[in-house]
Ligand binder design. Structure first.
Ligand code: MN
Length: 305
């Protein structure tokens, strides 16, 4: 099943290329309230599933109650996740690296934007702003100190996530995840959540990202270093995960590249979906358009040191 927010954060199901509003779902102007509603639906999903399936059958018999997905304004499916945990250096970079020691960082919930919205580059002296296309895991059930063999029971589903990153903002020469990752709009997410039953093997999904028509990331999640059970075990050892929290699995840096003013960034994960956002830079900075091969090489070199 595909769970979405449309228009003013109204809960909906997406079936084929149609949007089915969930009966009784009200809009929420406040993204925090919307988050709460999606989190509740996720937590109650096992009980509500048959009711939602009955709703789909009724709507299929009466297509007037549905709208084409291309006419709907899709919103971020988890617009203010309580925790947005991102894996750091978590790919083997096409098998070129041994797994790095496990680590994660947090992005602010306020980084999240949805399909059709705009990444705004901040007035900060970064050397470059990069896209990172990532598979994101949506937590379905509270998880605290979960062993890897039980971890997948806590997965509700998956969505697409861009971990937009500012480079070179390192006060006192120290890498700052706050200045690198937490700027407003630096967490595009969408187009919806696909429930785990529709993704039989999350470790075999092609992830692609384009800037305008130029393909950048094109990698498979089979190259992930620490797999989803390890990510959940690691994160839940530190902090309790709640329904509606998100763990982004990291990126393969070999397709990384700049985002800059006027561009459209599109990402797609097979079986999950595709969405686009725009980029605005009030300072109109520019970088060579294409994969940042120099940075990609440096990721491999620094990991091998
Ligand atoms: Mn990342």
């Amino acid at each position: 099943m595909r769970l979405a927010f449309v228009e003013d954060f109204r809960l909906a199901l997406v079936v084929g290329d149609r949007v089915y509003p969930i009966p009784g779902a009200r809009g929420a102007r406040d993204p925090y309230r919307a988050q709460e509603r999606m989190a509740r639906l996720i937590a109650e999903f096992p009980r509500r599933r048959s009711q939602l399936e009955a709703h789909i059958r009724r709507a299929q018999a009466d297509p007037g109650r549905t709208t084409p997905v291309e006419k709907a304004r899709l919103r971020a499916p988890l617009p203010r996740p309580g925790k947005l945990i991102c894996a750091a250096v978590n790919y083997l970079e096409f098998g070129q690296l041994p797994p790095a020691e496990q680590d994660c960082f947090l992005k602010a919930p306020t980084t999240v934007i949805g399909p059709g919205e705009t990444i705004v580059l901040p007035d900060a002296q970064a050397t470059i702003f990069h896209h990172e296309a990532e598979l994101a895991v949506v937590i379905g059930k509270r998880a605290s100190k979960v062993p890897p063999e039980k971890a997948m029971e806590h997965v509700f589903g998956y969505t697409c996530f861009m971990d937009i990153s500012a480079r070179g903002l390192n006060p006192n020469g120290r890498l700052s995840f706050f200045l690198g990752k937490c700027w407003d709009t630096f967490g595009p997410m969408g187009p919806w959540i696909v429930t785990a039953d529709e993704v039989p093997d999350p470790h075999n999904l092609q992830v692609r990202l384009w800037v305008d028509d130029q393909l950048r990331h094109d990698y498979n999640t089979s190259d992930m270093a620490h797999k989803i059970p390890q990510l959940i075990a690691f994160a839940s050892r530190v902090c309790t995960l709640e329904p509606g929290d998100v763990i982004a699995c990291g990126t393969n840096h070999q397709g990384i590249g700049p985002v800059q003013d006027g561009e459209t960034v599109t990402m797609e994960i097979e079986r999950i979906g595709r969405f686009s956002v725009k980029v605005r830079d009030p300072l109109k900075r520019s970088w060579p358009k294409g994969i940042d091969t120099e940075f990609a090489r440096r990721v491999i070199a620094s990991a091998r040191r």
